[in-house]
Design a protein around this ligand. Structure first.
Ligand code: GTP
Ligand code: SPV
Ligand code: MN
Length: 581
C-alpha cells in the first residue's frame, strides 16, 4: 500500500475507533453497491419507493421536520485568526471547535456502519478537479454523493496518486438542532458536520468542500470557486458561448442552466447546453480567458416551481433514477410539489394526509437529486478536463424593486463592485425568515470560506491576470409591479436577456448608460412572440434616490470589513455616487 492510502487508512481507523462504528464499508460507487444501499433503506423506511410504473427507480426520503435546510447560524469557519474568516462567517477557535466536535462524534456510530466515500469534484482527469473523502454514517448521504460527485474507485485511485484530499466527517447524530454544527477547518482541509442529514449540511462535497474549502484553496492557488451555474448558448450560426451566473440559493440557477428557448428562437436554431447548475470553479487559461468546470456530477435541485411551462428539461429527467426529499405524493404514489400540475396530492412532505391548513404539500425547500447526464440539455463539455471558456459573468438576485432586469458593468473592476454589492431576498434554502433583503455578495454570503474583504481583492487580482476577461452583468428576474406580480415572464424568456448580454460581449447590442451601469436601449431586447408585452419602462427604470439609499447600505456593509476591502471597490462606489448626484 502506498503511503497516501496509508494516511487515509489511518484516519479511517482512528475515526472508526472514536465513533465506535460497528462496521466499516469502503464505497466503490458500483451499481451493485447502490442497489444494496437502496434495498437496505427501503427496509429501514429511510426511503420509500415511488410509483415504479411512472417513476422507475425513484425514491422518496422524508427528513426529520427539523432538518430541511442549511443552517447558516450553525455553520462555522475555524481559521487560526478570526479575521481570516471575516465578519461574513461564524468563527470558533480551532482547539475549541475540535474539542466540541470530538465530543459530539465520540461513540456516535455505535451499532452503525461507517461508510468511507472517496469522491472527486470535477472531471476525474481534470487538473482543476480536487478530491475528498467523506466518512458518514448515513446511507442516504452515500447514494446522494454517488449522484452528485464522481464517487468510488476512480476517485480513490486519484487520491492514491495525488496524496492530497479534503477530509470530511459526518454523522446525522440525534438530529437535534441544539446539537448541530457544520464546521470547516480550511487550513487543515477538514470538514466536520454533526446532527443534520440535509443536503448542504451533509453532502460534504457540495457547499462545504466545493465552495467553503475550495474558495480558500482557490485564493492561495489563483483561481475562483463560485456559487454559479455554467450554461452554453448556441446561436443559429452554431457558435456556442458560455455564461457563468451567480444567483443566491433558490433564485434561479438550475432553471437558467437548462432553459428551453422560446418557440420561435428554437425554430431559428438557438440551443441551450447545460454544463452545471450550482457550483463553478474558474481558472485563468494561458490564452488570457477564464475557464470553468462544474465540480459536480448531478443536481440537487429545488422541486417547487418545477413544471412543464417553467422547466420542462428538469421534468424530463425526474421520471427515472431520481431521489426526492420532502416532496408530497399523489394517491398513486407519484412525487408532487406546488407548481407541478393541478392534481391534488394525497400526502404531504411529512406523510400526513394532505390538508391545505397545514401549509404547502411539498416543503418549500424540497429537492430532487439526479445525475446531470439525465438532463436533455446536458453538454459533453461538462467532462472537458480543461473546462469551457467563459464570455460573460452574470450576478443576479431576487429583488422586488430597484434592480433593473439587466445591467452591464463598465469593466472588470466595476463588475467586481457590482457583484460585491449584491443583495437578495432570503429563501427557504436556509432556515430563518424568508423574503428579507440581505447583502449576498456574488451569492457567496453563506459559502465564502474566508474574509469577504480578501475575497474582493482576490477577484480583482484574478481579473488582472486576464487579457480577455469575461464581461460582467447583473440581472433581476424578480422585479414586481404594485400588485406584487412579476414584471418579467422569466424562465425560457430569460434567453432574450442572455442574447443581449452575448451581443454586448461581441461589441454589439445597443445600450444606454446610467449611473449604475448600462441597460439595453429601448429596442435592444428581442421581445417578439411574448404573450403579454412586459412593462419594459418599469423593468429598466433606474430610481436614483433609491440607488443613493442602496449605496449607503452597501457602504455600511463594507465598513464591517474595514481595511480588508480593496481601495478599488471604494473607488468604484465613489464613481457611482458621483454619477448619481
Ligand atoms: P439552489 O439550488 O438553492 O442554489 O437554487 P437555484 O438558484 O438553482 O434556484 P432554482 O433554479 O431551483 O429556482 C428556485 C425557484 O425560483 C423555483 O421555484 C423556480 O421556479 C423559481 N424561478 C427560477 N427562475 C425563475 C424566473 O426566471 N422567474 C421567476 N419568477 N421564478 C423563477
Ligand atoms: C443551496 O442552498 O444553495 C443549494 C442547496 O444549492 S444545498 O446543497 O443544500 O446547499
Ligand atoms: Mn446553491
Amino acid at each position: 500500500m502506498t503511503s497516501q492510502l496509508a494516511a487515509l487508512n489511518e484516519w479511517v481507523d482512528q475515526v472508526a475507533a472514536h465513533t465506535r462504528a460497528a462496521r466499516v464499508h469502503w464505497c466503490d460507487g458500483s451499481d451493485a453497491e447502490n442497489r444494496r444501499l437502496i434495498e437496505q433503506m427501503l427496509d429501514s423506511g429511510d426511503l420509500l419507493q415511488l410509483n415504479p410504473k411512472t417513476h422507475p427507480e425513484c425514491y422518496l426520503h422524508r427528513s426529520d421536520p427539523n432538518d430541511v435546510a442549511r443552517v447558516e447560524h450553525l455553520t462555522y469557519v475555524c481559521t487560526r485568526e478570526k479575521q481570516d474568516a471575516g465578519p461574513n462567517n461564524n468563527w470558533m477557535a480551532r482547539d475549541e471547535a475540535h474539542a466540541l466536535m470530538s465530543g459530539l462524534f465520540a461513540g456516535c456510530m455505535e451499532g452503525r456502519t461507517l461508510y468511507v466515500v472517496p469522491y472527486c469534484m470535477g472531471p476525474i482527469d481534470s487538473p482543476l478537479a480536487r478530491c475528498g473523502v467523506e466518512i458518514t454514517d448515513s446511507p442516504y448521504v452515500v447514494v446522494n454523493m454517488r449522484l452528485m460527485t464522481r464517487m468510488g474507485i476512480e476517485a480513490l485511485a486519484r487520491i492514491e496518486r495525488e496524496g492530497q484530499f479534503v477530509k470530511g466527517l459526518h454523522s446525522t447524530g440525534e438530529l437535534d438542532p441544539d446539537q448541530r454544527y457544520i464546521v470547516h477547518f480550511p487550513e487543515e482541509l477538514m470538514i466536520q458536520s454533526y446532527g443534520s442529514g440535509y443536503g448542504g449540511n451533509a453532502l460534504l462535497g457540495k457547499k462545504c468542500h466545493a465552495l467553503r474549502i475550495a474558495s480558500y484553496q482557490a485564493r492561495d492557488e489563483g483561481w475562483l470557486a463560485e456559487h454559479m451555474l455554467i450554461v452554453g448558448i448556441e446561436n443559429p450560426k452554431g457558435e456556442i458561448r458560455y455564461v457563468a451566473a451567480a444567483f443566491p440559493s433558490a433564485c434561479g440557477k438550475t432553471n437558467l442552466a437548462m432553459l428551453i428557448p422560446p418557440r420561435a428562437w428554437q425554430e431559428a436554431g438557438w440551443k441551450v447546453w447545460t454544463v452545471g447548475d450550482d457550483i463553478c470553479w474558474l481558472q485563468p487559461g494561458e490564452d488570457g480567458r477564464l475557464y470553468a468546470i462544474n465540480p459536480e456530477a448531478g443536481f440537487f435541485g429545488v422541486a417547487p416551481g418545477t413544471g412543464a411551462s417553467t422547466n420542462p428539461n428538469a421534468l424530463a429527467m425526474l421520471d427515472r433514477e431520481a431521489i426526492f426529499t420532502n416532496v408530497a405524493v399523489t394517491d398513486d404514489n407519484q412525487p408532487w410539489w406546488e407548481g407541478l400540475d393541478d392534481r391534488r396530492p394525497a400526502r404531504d412532505w411529512r406523510g400526513r394526509d394532505y390538508d391545505p391548513k397545514n401549509g404547502p404539500a411539498a416543503h418549500p425547500n424540497s429537492r430532487f437529486t439526479v445525475s446531470i447526464k439525465r438532463c436533455p440539455s446536458y453538454s459533453q463539455e461538462a467532462e472537458n478536463p480543461r473546462g469551457v471558456p467563459i464570455d460573460a459573468i452574470v450576478f443576479g438576485g431576487r429583488r422586488a424593486s430597484l434592480v433593473p432586469l439587466v445591467l452591464e458593468a463598465r469593466d472588470w473592476q466595476h463588475g467586481v463592485m457590482m457583484g460585491g454589492a449584491m443583495a437578495s431576498e432570503t429563501t427557504a434554502a436556509a432556515t430563518g425568515k424568508v423574503g428579507v433583503v440581505r447583502r449576498d455578495p456574488m451569492a457567496m454570503k453563506p459559502f465564502c470560506g474566508y474574509n469577504f474583504g480578501d475575497y474582493f481583492a482576490h477577484w480583482l487580482a484574478v481579473g488582472e491576470k486576464l487579457s480577455r476577461p469575461p464581461r460582467i452583468f447583473q440581472v433581476n428576474w424578480f422585479r414586481r409591479d404594485q400588485d406584487g406580480r412579476f414584471l418579467w415572464p422569466g424562465f425560457g424568456d430569460n434567453l432574450r436577456v442572455l442574447a443581449w448580454i452575448l451581443e454586448r460581449c461581441e461589441g454589439n447590442g445597443k445600450a444606454l448608460e446610467t449611473p449604475v451601469g448600462c441597460v439595453p436601449a429601448a429596442d435592444a431586447l428581442d421581445l417578439e412572440g411574448l404573450q403579454e408585452s412586459p412593462d419594459m419602462e418599469n423593468l429598466l427604470a433606474i430610481d436614483e434616490a433609491g440607488w443613493r439609499e442602496e449605496l449607503a447600505g452597501i457602504e455600511a456593509f463594507l465598513a464591517d470589513y474595514g481595511d480588508r476591502v480593496p481601495a478599488a471597490m471604494k473607488t468604484e462606489l465613489e464613481r457611482v455616487r458621483r454619477a448619481l448626484s
